[in-house]
Ligand binder design. Structure first.
Ligand SMILES: Nc1ncnc2c1ncn2[C@@H]1O[C@H](COP(=O)(O)OP(=O)(O)O)[C@@H](O)[C@H]1O
Ligand code: SF4
Ligand SMILES: [Mg+2]
Length: 330
């Protein structure tokens, strides 16, 4: 069953400086679903709109970002939420943290630097649910972090006393305190070394396996998706250009951009020169017409410059948006 459905969502940053208005089309026509009980990975180079998409999904859109059109619909089983219509108070009381929790890029933002970790847990749970008995609550929190494999003593420390990896794990522990239906993690392992990364990812995988909830994992690092995600969506310039089961994406990618990303993954012992694409991702204030990848695509045809390729189903769960793939099927 779909936990979340996005239908043709457009979200732009609209800014004005010196009388010139500009809109950055960071999410520009995205349709996708998240299912119960899966880890969905969003991949794509820096600045392609991953964090913006997450703001839309998590209901944390703030000016200058605006949702221009589209539908964002959750089905939590007991109740449904249309993100365009939900009352902000209802969102705060019943949805944020309890159903959707968001571990932002840079885990420090959620941890108050001048408070011990336990106090941050108290602040969050206190505002969203209330704490009738502090002693009982503290025991529950010690059990909670212990279950997640963290030493309960972390709760007695200040954020700056923890390593980067431990801080990230504490942020995840905080995000799971209400057992939400959806946990969103934005670049949770960026800036951590490989060994520490593994621990953080294993923690996310364990949480998902135990609670059967949905995890939306966003990272530019494809190797992380290969190890963790059940399905992967590849973003390019504000759109999803290919989506499928992780194995399909890595073993039989169809979009030229996905093929390029997979080809450029370093392989142990492989010393062959990787061909570079050339060019850079487009400026989203003035994206290319037609297929946004056409200026860099080695296979671009005339129609690619003018016609936007539609997302097309190749199999039940493999979708791609490319004229060439479409023509090969015709
Ligand atoms: N507050 C903002 N105002 C204007 N443009 C923004 C703002 N935040 C992000 N952007 C732009 O939106 C685009 C997508 O950014 P982002 O969603 O952060 O990408 P990613 O997470 O993939 O690196 C980029 O071009 C970025 O410069
Ligand atoms: S639509 Fe055209 S330019 Fe875009 S990826 Fe396919 S072949 Fe390349
Ligand atoms: Mg980002």
């Amino acid at each position: 069953m779909a936990l979340l459905q996005l239908e043709d969502v457009h979200a732009y940053y609209r800014t004005e400086a010196y009388g010139i208005s500009r809109s950055v089309r960071a999410v520009d026509g995205i349709s996708m679903e998240l299912y119960e009980n899966e880890i969905y990975g969003i991949a794509g180079e820096s600045s392609c709109g991953k964090t913006t998409l997450i703001k839309v999904i998590s209901g944390t859109v703030k000016p200058p970002l605006r949702i221009e059109s589209g539908r964002i619909h959750y089905n939590f089983g007991e109740f449904e939420v249309d993100m365009q219509k939900v009352d902000p108070e209802d969102m705060r009381q019943n949805v944020r943290w309890k159903e959707i929790s968001y571990v932002m890029q840079g885990s420090m933002s959620v941890l108050n630097p001048v408070r011990k970790i336990m106090r941050t847990f108290e602040d969050i749970v206190g505002t969203h649910q209330g704490i009738p008995n502090k002693e009982v609550f503290r025991t529950q929190m010690r059990d909670h972090v212990k279950r997640l494999g963290l030493p309960p003593d972390v709760l007695t420390l200040y954020p700056h006393q923890l390593s980067g990896g431990m801080r990230q794990r504490v942020a995840i522990a905080l995000a799971t305190v209400f057992q939400p239906s959806l946990i969103i993690a934005d670049e949770p392992t960026t800036a951590l070394d490989v060994v520490v990364q593994r621990g953080v990812l294993q923690m996310l995988k364990d949480i998902q396996a135990t609670s059967g909830n949905t995890v939306l994992l966003v990272t530019h690092d494809l190797a992380v998706h290969a190890n963790v995600a059940d399905r992967v969506g590849i973003m390019y310039a504000g759109r999803i250009v290919e989506e499928g089961p992780t194995q399909t994406i890595f073993q039989a990618p169809r979009h030229p951009y996905t093929e390029h990303l997979i080809d450029s993954l370093p392989m142990i012992g492989d010393k062959t020169e990787r061909k570079s694409l050339g060019g850079a991702p487009p400026n989203l204030a003035d994206p290319p017409s037609g297929c946004r990848f056409h200026p860099r695509c080695p296979l671009a045809m005339d129609r690619c410059r003018t016609e936007t390729p539609e997302m097309m189903k190749l199999t039940e769960n493999h979708r791609v948006a490319c004229h060439l793939v479409e023509e090969a099927r015709a």
